[in-house]
Write a protein that binds this ligand. Structure first.
Ligand code: UD1
Length: 417
């Protein structure tokens, strides 16, 4: 079992390049199940979740070969398996994203239910409602969900909540369905637009991705294409907080500043200097930061995936900051770990009240989930003494070369086996 050990770090400085977005790469890899022919996908981050998704689509029947510079070539022809076992599905929540493509392409699919995860119960009812509206027959039992439809039919689907995963699954299913599908109250996250761009390059007819109404007209088939994954806005946001929490000045390259608007706005409100270019963001610390309140919301609101990192920052800002988590019901587990480092945080349901303290102190803590782990790394950079983080496999699911990139900026961080 490896651990990450961090020592108090002087202000970070230098330049760091952000990798391709995990949350774009996952649905795009699943979408390859819809195509016939070769696709080349560039800027696939080298992460555990991606490794597991690649293993999954290979098992279903795709031929995946790594190319240089984090690119992969995916050769798709006949699919072999429509079933995803518990062993495969339990390694990766996003495994459920293969359901839409398999249903559309093979007329049936049987996928192990992803189950809950530390941050919440994470139901899939909206995905299933979408498939049912398109004519699929759904049955559940023995921990599996099975969907069958000889040919999916376009339908009008209103999502009760703009779920990212449900929007993606329904878009993929609708691409080769009969007729037009309209998704209302669709998610508008940048990763939805990236998936739609990829599918359009494969020959799909999708209009309105990035707005809350997406219209997909089914086409006969899809062909392979070339695509570059958008930069990871959450990785970029995490480095922004790393600069702020160490009182450093860094430049983050390969970013789309528009995707980070809610994060940049909050940082400016706190008093951190943010300068945007076409494809980079420079972050510079100030002597004093102001406390602030934030509420997580679907895009373009403040991302839930940045909430934990901001909690670390707010824990050392003089005054009271309040965080409200509206997306996931159990996403404050990092608070108890931060408290072990001296943070003064009170949780009441979905609200966290943070009274800023002067300094965190290094302690033994554990990463309870991916972003909680990132938050603890950030806290460790700013804390006095040594911080030892366990269960770092959560961090490896989502940050490509995290320690290496932080070391290049001057962080005192190492991994011990
Ligand atoms: C995706 C991201 C994740 C991010 C989240 C919210 C990927 C691989 N993961 O997760 O990093 O934190 O978006 O931005 O892209 N819900 C239902 N029924 C459903 C589906 C979702 O009630 O059928 C609820 C969930 O319980 C949650 C909320 O909707 O409370 C948001 O979930 P969703 O947008 O679906 O998140 P994911 O796609 O799982």
């Amino acid at each position: 079992m490896s651990k990450i050990v961090i020592n108090h770090t002087p202000p970070l400085s230098g330049t760091v390049r952000v990798s391709g977005a995990k949350n774009s790469a996952l649905p795009i890899l699943a979408a390859c199940l819809l195509a016939d022919g070769d696709s080349t996908i560039e800027d696939i981050p080298n992460l555990k979740d991606i490794e597991n998704m690649i293993a999954l689509i290979k098992w279903i029947g795709l031929d995946v070969s790594p190319l240089e510079n984090y690119s992969v070539r995916i050769r798709s022809s006949k699919l072999k398996n429509h079933e995803v076992s518990y062993d495969l599905a339990s390694k990766l929540r996003a495994s459920f994203l293969v359901m839409g493509p398999l249903l559309a392409r093979m007329g049936r699919t049987r996928v192990s239910l992803p189950g809950g995860c530390p941050i919440g119960t994470r139901p899939i009812d909206l995905h299933l409602k979408g498939f049912m509206a398109m004519g699929a027959k759904i049955t559940q039992g023995h921990g599996y969900v099975e969907a069958k439809a000889k040919k999916l039919k376009g339908a009008k689907i209103y999502l009760d909540f703009p779920s990212v995963g449900a929007t993606e699954n329904i878009i993929m299913a609708a691409c080769v369905a009969d007729g037009q599908t309209i998704i209302e109250n669709a998610a508008v996250e940048p990763e939805i637009v990236d998936l739609a761009n990829f599918l359009s390059s494969m020959g799909a007819d999708i209009k309105g991705a990035g707005t809350d109404t997406i219209r997909i007209s089914g086409v006969k088939d899809l062909k392979g294409c070339n695509h570059t994954i958008i930069p990871d806005r959450i990785e970029a946001g995490t480095f922004m907080v790393a600069a702020a929490i160490t009182k450093g000045t860094i430049k983050i390259e390969n970013v789309m500043p528009d995707h980070l608007k809610p994060v940049s706005a909050k940082m400016r409100e706190i008093g951190i200097g943010i300068k945007e270019d076409d494809t980079s963001i420079s972050v510079s610390a100030a002597d004093r930061y102001k406390p602030s309140d934030l509420k997580t919301m679907p895009f373009p609101g403040f991302p839930t995936d940045m909430q934990a990192q901001f909690m670390s920052l707010m824990s050392i800002i003089d005054g009271t900051s309040i965080i409200t988590e509206t997306i996931f019901e159990n996403r404050f587990m990092h608070a108890s770990e931060l408290k072990r480092m001296g943070a003064n945080i009170k949780i009441d349901g979905r609200t966290a009240v943070i009274e800023g303290i002067k300094k965190l102190t290094g302690a033994q803590v554990k990463a309870t989930d991916l972003r909680a782990g990132a938050a603890l790394v950030l806290a460790g950079l700013a804390a006095d003494g040594e911080t030892e983080i366990g269960e770092v496999e959560h961090i490896d699911r989502g940050y490509h070369n995290f320690e290496k990139k932080l070391i290049s900026l001057g962080a005192k961080i190492r991994r011990v086996e």
